[in-house]
Design a protein around this ligand. Structure first.
Ligand SMILES: [Zn+2]
Ligand SMILES: [Zn+2]
Length: 351
């Protein structure tokens, strides 16, 4: 297979700072599109992965980045979904088995086939080559795994929708955030701020539960109706039995029973954050009011397209800080310190 060499930012080894390298991209095959990357968002998962914190076997050097927005610059002879010049995005995966029940149902993120969901970086694809992510100038993906970005959305603000946006959209859609429903978003970070915007646009009554009131002004500006500090024990008394749906974006340990206490009868608490250690839950916290505890991971291709179209209609992008590629290591430190409102996006022209 022929390859083209393109520049990228990569971690040369686990825990090492990112540096500029070159990587190989395959020549577009019959069903591939070549995308000139314009922007790549920085997701917390990128940091976990390059630091080897998720127990990955470590395909280094590793180019992170699964919030990709760019423009199609070449297409294979069999491509029908995209044309040269189209604005497209790539999210957390670039392939899956395409044959299992989940893939057929458009739930590629839950692929149960042998290939599984092929992550956008650090995973062997169907050709055996390890994928390299979006902190780069170009990427080649199968046309079925590239999404259309509506013209109403600037590409820099759209990039984070490909992970942060769909991570929140999927549970909000599945558990019917909408008019007459009371929804709480736990955490006001990269994920949480998208949850506020999307749940508000869906018509729900939105409450932010954040550690402090530091981001209250932002939360209300982004569409929250209420904002409460979880560091204040009175919050849990005041809001007991209040919510139809709580989406927890926090990956730190939390007192699940306390949050389940905030749900109304038949309410659901959905975990999208992934703490390292198991969380304890008292069955009585679920039984007493027929409550549910659930999880959700990104979204499939059809739902990701639905999310982008929804965000296009409602003018929803991420709140971002655009950085130059050489600032990426500094940006990682700031993400870890919670010092970003609310997503860093790398300008790929600076790579
Ligand atoms: Zn992500
Ligand atoms: Zn599958």
């Amino acid at each position: 297979m022929n390859h083209t060499t393109v520049p990228a930012y990569a971690a040369p080894a686990a825990k090492a700072p990112l540096e500029r390298i070159t990587v190989q991209r395959r020549e577009p095959g019959e069903h591939d599109v070549l995308i000139e990357i314009k922007y790549a968002g920085i997701c917390h998962s990128d940091i976990h992965t390059v630091r080897g914190e998720w127990g990955d076997d470590g395909h280094f050097p590793l180019v992170p980045g699964h919030e990709i927005a760019g423009v199609v610059t070449a297409v294979g002879s069999g491509v029908t979904r995209h044309r040269v010049g189209d604005r497209v995005g790539v999210g957390c995966f670039v392939d899956s088995c395409r044959e299992c029940d989940n893939c057929k149902a458009g739930l590629q993120q839950y692929c149960t086939g042998e290939l599984g969901m092929v992550g956008t970086y650090g995973r062997p694809g169907r050709d055996g080559e390890v994928t390299q992510g979006g902190y780069s100038t170009h990427v080649v993906v199968d046309e079925n795994y590239a999404l259309r970005i509506p013209v109403s959305l600037p590409l820099d603000e759209a990039a984070p929708l490909l992970c942060a946006g769909i991570t929140l959209y999927s549970p909000l859609a599945r558990w019917q955030a909408g008019p007459g429903r009371k929804v709480a978003i736990v955490g006001m970070g990269g994920l949480g701020h998208m949850g506020v915007k999307i749940a508000h646009a869906m018509g729900a009554e939105v409450t932010v539960l954040s550690q402090s009131l530091r981001k209250q002004e932002d939360g209300l500006r982004l569409g929250a109706d209420h904002f409460h500090a979880t560091s204040d024990p009175a919050t849990f008394e005041k809001l007991a039995g209040s919510f139809d749906l709580i989406v927890n974006t926090v990956s730190a340990d939390i007192d699940l029973d306390a949050y389940l206490g905030l749900l109304a009868t038949d309410g659901t608490l959905v975990q999208v954050g992934a703490p390292e250690r198991p969380l304890a839950v008292s069955p009585f916290a679920l039984i007493a009011q027929r409550k549910s505890l659930a999880g959700s991971m990104i979204g499939g291709i059809p739902e990701t397209q639905e999310m982008l179209d929804f965000c296009g209609e409602h003018g929803i992008g991420a709140d971002i800080e655009v950085i130059r590629a050489e600032q990426v290591n500094e940006a990682y430190e700031r993400v870890l310190a919670g010092d970003v409102r609310y997503r860093f996006v790398i300008d790929a022209a600076t790579i």
